[in-house]
Write a protein that binds this ligand. Structure first.
Ligand SMILES: C[S@@+](CC[C@H](N)C(=O)[O-])C[C@H]1O[C@@H](n2cnc3c(N)ncnc32)[C@H](O)[C@@H]1O
Length: 222
């Protein structure tokens, strides 16, 4: 299916052009680092366990790392939309199962109606934003989830101790320097943001295979 046939467009005007351009520029080499994300994405999906009746949104879907793992699973949601602001990241997403679509749009203004989904994933996106925009993204996720719906947020993080802690801190500092090579490694504990957005935190799981990451699952109250 052509990219234009499988991708619709939501509001994108709020995204600074430079941010979209950066991800457009990174799109062709982005998949080279998928192996570093794979174990944590698997863990995120194991914890979220989307069922065949669920509607799901993958926010900041990029080149479809979450979709790739999910489509290989025997049980997967019948309906899924992957949202991203970068058309060139979306162009790298492999063919999708029937019922799954892509939408070009801003994570801070998701192109979905209220209470549309049971499950949302936010994989390696939230740490790219400053606090106010993290709040906007999670408010949008909260809006599009039904009561009782669940969100899984995956971010790089700094472990409390051990030999990985200084390494993660060093990566995070490099990310703060603005280099394209380390852009994805800024550390963030997503628990305070999830709580502030009204989610009850149900699971926190660290994963050190590949990127030093943490996965947090939140539930929208009824
Ligand atoms: C580090 S990549 C993560 C991609 C994918 N979720 C993964 O785990 O491989 C971040 C993605 O978020 C997208 N992104 C950044 N800011 C966004 C925004 N405001 N709205 C929608 N997507 C955004 C970028 O275009 C990029 O594709």
């Amino acid at each position: 299916m052509s990219q234009s046939a499988r991708c619709r467009s939501g509001p994108v005007s709020d995204a600074p052009a430079s941010a979209v351009e950066r991800w457009n520029r990174l799109s062709e080499r982005y998949d080279a680092q998928h192996w570093l994300e794979r174990a944590s994405i698997r863990q995120l999906l194991d914890l979220l366990a989307p069922g065949s009746e669920d509607r799901m949104v993958d926010v900041g879907t990029g080149t479809g790392a979450v979709l790739r793992d999910l489509r290989a699973r025997p049980v997967r949601p019948a309906e899924l939309v992957g949202v991203d602001q970068s058309p060139r990241m979306l162009a790298q997403v492999p063919p999708l199962p029937a019922g799954w679509t892509l939408a070009r749009g801003d994570a801070r203004a998701l192109p979905l109606p209220d209470a549309h989904c049971e499950v949302a994933s936010v994989s390696y996106l939230l740490h790219l934003f400053e606090a106010a925009d993290r709040g906007r993204v999670l408010a949008e996720v909260h809006r599009v989830l039904r009561p009782g719906g669940r969100v899984g947020v995956l971010t790089p993080y700094i472990p409390a101790g051990g030999w990985l802690a200084p390494l993660a801190r060093a990566f995070s500092r490099l990310a703060d320097g603005g280099s394209d090579h380390f852009i994805g490694l800024k550390a963030l504990d997503p628990v305070p943001d999830l709580t502030a957005a009204g989610f009850a935190v149900r699971a926190v799981a660290a994963n050190h295979r590949g990127y030093i990451s943490v996965c947090v699952v939140g539930i929208k109250g009824s």
